[in-house]
Design a protein around this ligand. Structure first.
Ligand SMILES: NC(=O)C1=CN([C@@H]2O[C@H](COP(=O)(O)OP(=O)(O)OC[C@H]3O[C@@H](n4cnc5c(N)ncnc54)[C@H](O)[C@@H]3O)[C@@H](O)[C@H]2O)[C@@H](O)CC1
Ligand SMILES: [K+]
Length: 494
């Protein structure tokens, strides 16, 4: 599990560790030196040959600039030609600057050095930043980006909000980010995540002082195969009986895809309730589904419901949604179900509810536009979780899952390939089965998002779970359903 902490928690942990270090001896800037050593090592690895490499530091007025100066000093000692551009010369980190000068580093008088740099260190601002880059910094960053050297962000790309990933105005686009002590939520959540490039973590010893994380991202080993599969006594109820209420005359395919996602999530049984022609389409595609063309209340007992994909928003759809929401088992609401829920202003449920909107649907739930949601994904997902008393999975370039309380989950397997019609229907079925198998909504949602992204990657490139933009070939929602068993095998082998 990759864990991220809030700025407040990082600062508290740093203060506690510094106090401990003072009691046991070492003096000033110990943590900064640990950070700088990790940073300089990462830069050396990127450069390949440090001797005679041209490195430029962009140095702001806080400790983030101090990290850059100490790392620059180490690179200068190894023979690199290091120039520092000080954004605020009177307020640059004094001891860092002295160390830098002492190692042969130069303070540059002109931004021209950026045009020839092999590597530029962004030490403008770190976790102490607020808002986007100021105009003078933005101008230097643009020149650095045009210069073509590798851009390495110190702790996080300047201009990205460390707690939320929000970017208000200009921000650095890093090739690599070297972060210290723990991940920051803003490195995992878009738009911040897409400014970070390849990100790595340098341990500076904060471990014992850090509280529970603010956000986590699953890795293969965290995705547990549902225990019911592994038991010799496994029966269909232990694996989960999930009910799917989806599809309409216009969108029968949504029902087929949601049922497919539910079956390939390992459901013990999928019950489907939908109108005649939709029920026929589901029967034809999935003979193993137990199908009724009646109402959800006539479908038989289930352990969780999925409601909404392609459902429509007419009177019949409303009735179906109301029946499902009245039940006392976990319910996942998706797509048209969310539109109807937004119109109703919520529901009176006490059993767990999982909402799976994209930005447009989340906007409807909160009466704001999709652009506002995209710009502040975590903030809006949190707001919807509080307003609807539900766990919210917000789909998008980085899918986030926000439970009513506890750490947020950020999905690392997302790929632009998922942005295809019907892919959300598959996710809904998949997460619904995991709910029916007894998973907490946050785990069901995070696990489903993880497998869904992995399946899309494997569908594009069977050997390439790591493949993303580079792998050839488009992927359809049906391909994602077909690749789900391979995704399970992949995580089971981790
Ligand atoms: N506190 C510690 O013990 C450690 C801190 N470390 C480094 O210290 C950083 C935090 O240092 P600081 O608390 O000094 O804060 P920063 O260096 O992140 O930034 C604070 C300064 O930037 C200015 N500023 C704020 N927003 C700005 C913007 N948008 N554009 C331009 N300037 C802006 C502020 O006026 C302030 O002077 C971390 O990100 C990390 O790089 C590391 O060395 C590890 C140890
Ligand atoms: K930075």
């Amino acid at each position: 599990m990759r864990t991220a902490h809030s700025v407040a928690d990082v600062r508290a942990a740093e203060a506690a560790l510094i106090a401990e270090l003072r009691r046991t001896g070492p003096g000033e800037d110990v943590l900064m030196n640990r950070a700088a050593t990790g940073l300089a090592t990462a830069c050396a690895g990127l450069l390949g040959r440090v001797y005679a490499a041209r490195v430029v530091l962009l140095v702001g007025s806080g400790d983030n600039g101090g990290d850059a100066l100490y790392a620059g000093a180490q690179l200068a000692r190894r023979g690199a030609r290091v120039d520092a551009l000080l954004l605020n010369p009177d307020r640059a980190h004094a001891r860092g600057l002295a160390a830098f000068r002492g190692a042969g580093g130069r303070v540059a008088g002109d931004a021209e050095v950026l045009d020839r740099a092999d590597l530029v260190l962004d030490g403008i601002v770190g976790i102490g930043g607020s808002g986007g880059l100021r105009p003078d910094a933005a101008e230097l960053v643009l020149r650095a980006e045009l210069g073509g050297g590798l851009i390495v962000a110190v702790d996080l790309p300047s201009g990205v909000d460390a707690d939320t990933g929000e970017v208000v105005g200009a921000a650095v686009h890093a090739d690599v980010t070297v972060t210290f002590g723990t991940w920051k939520p803003g490195l995992l959540i878009d738009p911040g995540a897409s400014h970070a490039g390849a990100a790595t973590l340098v341990d500076i010893g904060l471990g014992d002082h850090l509280p529970d994380p603010a956000a986590c991202a699953l890795q293969d080993a965290d995705v547990l195969v549902p225990f019911g599969w592994l038991l010799p006594t496994a029966d269909k109820y232990r694996r989960g009986v999930v009910g799917v209420v989806a599809g309409s005359k216009t969108y029968p395919g949504a029902a087929v895809l949601a049922v497919g996602g539910a079956l390939r999530a390992g459901a013990g049984m999928v019950r489907f309730a939908g109108p005649g022609r939709v029920a026929d389409a589901v029967r034809a595609a999935w003979p193993e589904a137990v199908v009724t063309d009646g109402l959800p209340s006539e479908a038989g007992r289930v352990q969780a419901w999925v409601v909404g994909p392609g459902l429509g928003t007419d009177k019949k759809a409303r009735r179906r949604l109301a029946e499902v929401l009245d039940s006392d088992v976990p319910v996942l609401v998706d797509a048209d179900g969310l539109t109807l829920l937004a119109e109703a202003g919520g529901s009176e449920r006490s059993a767990p509810t999982l909402l799976t909107p994209h930005a447009g649907e989340l906007g409807r739930l909160l009466q704001v536009g999709p652009a506002a949601v995209e710009a502040a994904r975590l903030t809006h997902a949190r707001r919807a979780a509080a307003r609807y008393g539900a766990t919210v999975l917000l789909k998008g370039s980085t899918t986030v899952v926000v439970p009513p309380d506890g750490p947020v989950r950020v999905n690392p397997t997302g790929t632009p390939r998922l942005a295809t019609a019907g892919s959300g229907d598959v996710l809904a079925g998949l997460a619904g089965t995991l709910l029916a198998a007894g998973r907490e909504p946050v785990d069901a949602a995070a696990t489903a998002a993880y497998l869904h992204g992995l399946a899309a990657r494997l569908a594009a490139e069977p050997d390439g779970a790591e493949a993303d933009l580079v792998a050839p070939g488009p992927v359809t929602a049906t391909d994602i359903v077909a690749a789900l068993p391979a995704a399970w095998r992949h995580v089971a082998g981790a």
